[in-house]
Design a protein around this ligand. Structure first.
Ligand code: ADP
Length: 389
């Protein structure tokens, strides 16, 4: 087994009586991008600052290439860790040219090689034409590329990035992000990236570590986390959700959309069936209900209350006959039935998540075949999760 580039083991950080980081363990391999994802205040930046060495944890250790750089007994400063840092508010030196800004990170390299390496990295981030300019002559995106070249030029073993692209507008962000990713992958750098943006994490990460209240609640490949969330809050972090309520009876839960098996739960337990808008199917009412199927269960009737074209698809809101709840469906292309149109809704059952209400832990979809997590860490299953037997 290869030693991870970066290992965080049992990190805890307290500010007074508040716990900012609560027993975080994580490893990042060479060439891997791991995203710390979670809402504001959940401990992402503190974890990153501990990895960088600008913050000292109360307990736990940080290792780089198998060597402890920080624990209870020692604490190497950032410059002794071979880590590169990139933040949203990167500060280029205003009085230095672009080349000199990049060369600044190469103070340990001999004077003659510095400029050559700086120019090489400027080329890699597509900024070779701006080498003699000063930062104020560049756009935000260009400045960010220079900051990236400066962070990369010393060839750090680990790159720590805190919301590095959030200051850029959408179009620029995609460009800069893609360049960053390809250079970092080429270099085989281990990347730990903090973001609160699920789309960014899905787009960039090999693995996502989802944080809440200082803890990692789930870690895995983007596909795995998106399709196998440990609880409703995790599922909701990635998209809008529809919630259908049910009650367990004889190890199953009957709903207007058909029966769901819930053998781990006692009779009378409340269950939430969660389904993303893109996993609803709509059929126009043509006199009789569409046939039930194994894939989509039993169709339930409702009335369109609103429909909108959203660019990449259409959003249709339907008030259900059985309980007056409004469910939201998204469909590719243009489909905008008039309000009042009668429709049948059904659920793509393999994409439904079942959680018992009280603890919001995963029961499992009886119809899904979950792909194995391709990452190394096992999902941190929420306590008390019921499982199918
Ligand atoms: P995130 O990056 O997920 O937004 P942070 O790691 O910045 O979260 O913060 C986690 C928690 O720790 C927050 O409640 C924050 O207020 C607190 N915190 C962070 N830094 C300090 C500090 N220097 N002093 C006191 N509390 C802090």
């Amino acid at each position: 087994m290869t030693t991870p580039r970066l290992s965080l083991d049992g990190l805890c950080k307290y500010y007074g009586s508040a716990t900012a980081v609560d027993n975080v363990s994580l490893s990042v391999s060479a060439g891997e991008v791991v995203c710390l994802l979670g809402p504001s205040g959940c401990g992402k930046s503190t974890t990153l600052r501990i990895a960088a060495g600008v913050e000292h944890q109360n307990t736990g250790s940080v290792s780089i290439d198998g060597t402890v750089v920080s624990d209870a007994a020692k604490h190497d400063p950032p410059e002794r860790r071979s880590v590169g840092l990139m933040f949203q508010d990167f500060a280029l030196f205003p009085h230095l040219t672009v080349t000199k800004n990049v060369a600044f990170g190469l103070r340990k390299t001999d004077r003659f090689s510095r400029e050559r390496i700086a120019l090489e990295y400027l080329e890699r981030v597509g900024m070779q034409g701006h080498a003699e300019k000063y930062p104020h002559e560049l756009s935000g995106g260009e400045q960010q590329r220079v900051a990236m070249a400066r962070a990369l030029a010393p060839r750090p073993r680990v790159m720590l990035m805190d919301e590095p692209f959030s200051g850029l507008d959408n179009r620029l962000r995609d460009d800069v992000r893609d360049t960053a990713l390809s250079v970092l992958k080429d270099e085989g750098t281990a990347v730990l990236l903090v973001t609160h943006d699920p789309e960014e994490a899905l787009r960039m990460a090999d693995r996502i570590a989802l944080m809440r209240n200082g803890r990692i609640v789930q870690i895995g490949a983007p596909y795995h986390i998106y399709n196998n969330p440990v609880d409703r809050t995790t599922a909701a972090f990635f998209s809008d959700l529809n919630v259908i309520h049910g009650e367990v009876s004889s190890r199953q839960t009957d709903t207007p959309f058909g029966l769901f098996l819930t053998p781990g739960l006692v009779d009378g337990a409340d269950v939430e069936i969660i389904v993303r808008p893109q996993h609803l199917k709509i059929d126009l009412d043509e006199g009789q209900p569409p046939k039930p199927s194994i894939k989509t269960g039993v169709p339930a009737p409702g009335t369109v209350v609103r429909s909108r074209f959203m660019g990449s698809g259409s959003l249709i809101e339907v008030r259900m006959d059985h309980d007056d709840s409004v469910l939201r469906a998204t469909l590719p292309g243009v489909f905008t039935p008039e309000p009042g149109t009668r429709v049948w809704l059904s659920l793509k059952r393999e994409s439904c998540f079942l959680f018992p209400c009280a603890q919001q832990s995963r029961v499992a979809s009886p119809y899904e075949k979950a792909p194995a997590d391709t990452g190394k860490a096992k999902p941190d299953t929420a306590q008390g999760a019921a499982t199918l037997t």
